[in-house]
Design a protein around this ligand. Structure first.
Ligand code: EPU
Length: 339
């Protein structure tokens, strides 16, 4: 190592503390970067030493199944700048939930349905985070990234990000190509929350004026009651995506099982099914395989009961998806990035 700036580079670093699954795998090299020069030098170090790059924010959507032979960069770029009335520019390393709190404290609305999502601001556009009827894509105006292939910083407009359900151009790109540096969001100064998601519609009923603050608290309550806190029990939220099937397939399953939750898409030609319901019906809630398990209140959430390896979790996930394939003929796709 001939560069003093990379003095914080760690070799054979345990990854437990850097992912919310808390699994015991190692990275050959790891560095936390909190400014751009340091980031660029870390990228150069990886290039000069032919090391694969992996960028982590909060590590809340990734499962390492083996030791990582390259360089893991932990993004700590911070800062929330109000560029104009409702437009914000936020450093990729800011904590997502802190941002939601900041926006409400500053009378900027829109992010209330996305409260308590673990992870960082930089990771949010990569998988187009979504919850309770809202996805981040509706607020994104620009994503500022470093393109490691072209070795230069670039801006992506919302359209260029090519967002889809839990997906974007960044997620589809080769791993390590784009490093998100900043995200620009356009929020609203009018307090008019989205209440379409069934759990919120039920809670708030009809006519009364509901505020973003109330929705924020409701979302926090619902999440706390259903989803495990990664600080207490290792997990990465939903492990699988909700599958989309043809109308015919949905009706076939509905004939066999009462009350299958399904949401019509694209003029009713396709239906989005609930992966949690499929797994729950297949009997997975609360089951355990050694140190890996399924959360007792939500069948879509795999948990590390303490000391599980990435492979333990992965094997359990494979067993779960095979059982859904066998029983319903549906192949579940992981939502979590498996490395
Ligand atoms: N359900 C079951 N069994 C369970 C859990 C849920 O049958 O163990 C049923 C519920 O009764 C409901 C349906 O499944 O009919 C949907 O459940 P829920 O509202 O909990 O939502 P989800 O589809 O399981 C998705 C997101 C979550 C997000 C919630 C709220 C995906 C893969 N997951 O979960 O996102 O918080 O909706 O919008 O889209 C994440 O991405 O990590 C995540 C937690």
């Amino acid at each position: 190592m001939n560069d003093a700036r990379l003095s914080t580079l760690l070799e054979n670093a345990p990854l437990d503390a850097y992912t919310t699954f808390g699994v015991t795998q190692y990275a050959r090299f790891l560095i936390e970067v909190s400014d751009l020069p340091e980031l660029y030098e870390a990228v150069e170090f990886a290039r000069d030493n032919h090391l694969e790059l992996m960028v982590l924010g909060g590590g809340s959507n990734v499962l390492f199944v083996r030791d990582f032979p390259g360089l893991v960069i932990i993004i700590k770029l911070t800062g929330i700048v109000r560029e104009s009335g409702t437009r914000l520019r936020i450093g990729a390393g800011e904590d997502w939930h802190n941002l939601v709190d900041w926006t409400l404290a500053n009378k900027l609305f829109g992010l209330e349905n996305l409260a308590l999502i673990p992870g960082t601001v930089g990771a949010a556009p990569i998988q187009n985070i979504g919850a309770y009827g809202v996805e981040i894509e509706r607020f994104v105006t620009r994503v500022h990234v470093f393109d490691t292939h072209l070795a230069k910083a670039l801006d992506f407009t919302r359209d260029a990000c090519d967002f889809a359900y839990r997906d974007s151009l960044f997620k589809r790109a080769p791993r390590g190509r784009y490093i998100v540096l900043e995200v620009e969001l356009e929020l609203s100064d009018s307090d008019a929350p989205v209440l379409t998601y069934p759990a919120l519609a039920e809670r708030f009923g009809s006519d009364e004026k509901i505020t973003a603050e109330q929705v924020y608290h409701a979302v926090c309550d619902i999440r706390r009651s259903k989803l495990p806190d990664p600080k207490v029990i290792g997990n990465a939220g939903s492990f699988f995506k909700n599958p989309v099937v043809s109308k015919e397939k949905f009706f076939k399953i509905s004939e066999l099982f009462d009350a299958v939750p399904g949401f019509p898409l694209e003029n009713g030609e396709f239906y989005k099914l609930s992966a949690a319901w499929l797994l729950d019906t297949a009997g997975w809630k609360g089951r355990r395989r050694g140190l890996a398990g399924v959360f007792e209140h939500h069948a879509l959430v795999l948990v590390n009961h303490g000391g599980a390896t990435g492979e333990d979790i992965f094997l359990l996930a494979q067993e779960m998806s095979s059982s859904v394939l066998q029983r319903f003929g549906i192949a579940l796709q992981p939502e979590v990035l498996i490395v």
